[in-house]
Design a protein around this ligand. Structure first.
Ligand code: NAP
Length: 360
């Protein structure tokens, strides 16, 4: 149980205050989590992406790294490169940072750097990718893929990335339902400021009476259990002022037949966010949830048996029935999560981002 009362951190509530902060995104390789990672990188945060599929992870890292590179380039002032800001150059303890990162040493920031893999684990073993490092499984639960768009130097005054904070992007392939893998993720991350949990998809779709006992129970217990395990793994790592953001959906407010089990799971996640907000407040940790409407992501697109331009057309046609004439974008959905991370006075909130879908 958290009993200590930490000092109250007060920061700017604007997204720029996430510069130099460390965010772990469970489910960061697709859809809303990936969009959140790009937005975080674009404001100079350190981002650790987590997903199961390694190819998807690599592709996501390429995208997020591009956002980080753009941000870091914008943060470097014209003229000869300046040295790092006051204080010694940073870096994790010797031997723990994945070698071969692409763009030089990161300057030390108040938020620190990723801890990197523990000695003797496979995570962080160089495998010669151009973007950074790739660890191969060999029996461990989580595999790290690292890219770094960081650049030594000082940031432009008052701009994005002020105070020498540079975006830094890494990825780990891990299954959030595997406790050992989760522990490795957070060991690798070290001290963390924000956790976004978007991993998962609705399960147990169909009339409850027609679901098997196992399917019905797993559909509810699975997602809630995964969130609980993420919270258990994250809390000891979170800095005061840090946050956990969970994912829910508007079916909680407007249930549909055949969705009872996943809606029960989503409702429980919202309740958990509120309960945890109370429980973790003495440690100055905040917990919120975002209730997403129908958002154009690979998850929503998987409902349509179409690909490429056909899928775009199917999405446009289906989205035309929404109040704003379209589905939401992953970026629009993700920006709600960034708001909850950045605003130090947001806790216990379930924020709906649905373009009015729950009113229609
Ligand atoms: N899109 C919507 O319209 C909508 C609406 C309401 C609620 N939501 C909720 O919002 C969340 C994000 O949705 P999305 O549309 O962004 O989904 P998405 O595009 O399918 O992305 C899901 C992400 O989670 C990862 N993931 C799934 N299971 C995982 C596991 N066991 N361990 C680790 N990573 C896992 C996926 O990568 P891997 O598969 O490679 O692991 C992927 O990166 C979900 O919880 C979803 O139910 C979405």
């Amino acid at each position: 149980m958290v009993t200590t009362t930490a000092p109250v951190p007060v920061r700017s509530p604007l997204p720029w205050s996430l510069a130099g902060r460390t965010a772990v995104i469970l489910g960061g390789t697709s859809g809303i989590g990936l969009a959140a990672a790009e937005l975080l990188a674009s404001v100079g945060a350190r981002v650790l992406l987590v997903g199961r599929d390694k190819d998807r992870l690599e592709a996501a890292l390429t995208r997020v790294n591009a956002a980080a590179t753009r941000m870091n380039a914008a943060a470097i002032p014209a003229g000869p490169p300046a040295g790092p800001p006051a204080g010694p150059p940073a870096g994790p303890p010797a031997g723990t940072k994945p070698s071969g990162t692409s763009a030089g040493t990161l300057a030390q920031t108040p938020a620190g750097t990723f801890a990197g893999p523990a000695a003797g684990t496979s995570a962080g073993t160089p495998a010669g990718t151009s973007a950074g490092t790739l660890a191969d499984a060999a029996g461990t639960a989580a595999d790290a893929v690292g890219t770094s768009a960081g650049a030594a130097g000082t940031a432009a005054d008052g701009g994005v990335g002020a105070d020498g904070m540079y975006a830094d992007v890494h990825g780990i392939s891990a299954d959030v339902t595997d406790d050992d893998a989760l522990a490795e993720v957070f060991d690798w991350a070290g001290t963390v400021d924000h956790v976004l949990m978007t991993a998962g998809r609705p399960a147990g779709i169909g009339p409850v009476a027609e679901l098997s006992r196992n399917t019905a129970q797993a559909a509810v217990a699975g997602p809630v259990g995964a969130v609980l395990e993420v919270v258990r793994a994250a809390v000891p790592r979170l800095n005061p002022g840090g946050s956990i953001t969970l994912a829910s959906g508007i079916l909680v407010a407007r249930p549909r037949p055949g969705m009872s089990a996943p809606v029960a799971a989503a409702g429980a996640v919202e309740t958990l966010a509120r309960a945890l907000a109370v429980e973790l407040a003495p440690a100055r940790l905040r917990v919120n949830a975002v209730r997403f409407g129908a958002i154009d992501t690979p998850l929503l697109r998987s409902r349509f048996e179409a690909a490429g331009a056909e899928a775009d057309a199917a999405m446009a046609e289906a989205g035309a029935g929404m109040p704003l004439g379209r589905f939401g974008t992953a970026e629009e959905a993700a920006s709600a999560a960034l708001f909850l991370m950045a605003n130090p006075y947001m806790s216990g909130e379930v924020l709906t981002v649905d373009g009015g879908q729950s009113l229609a």
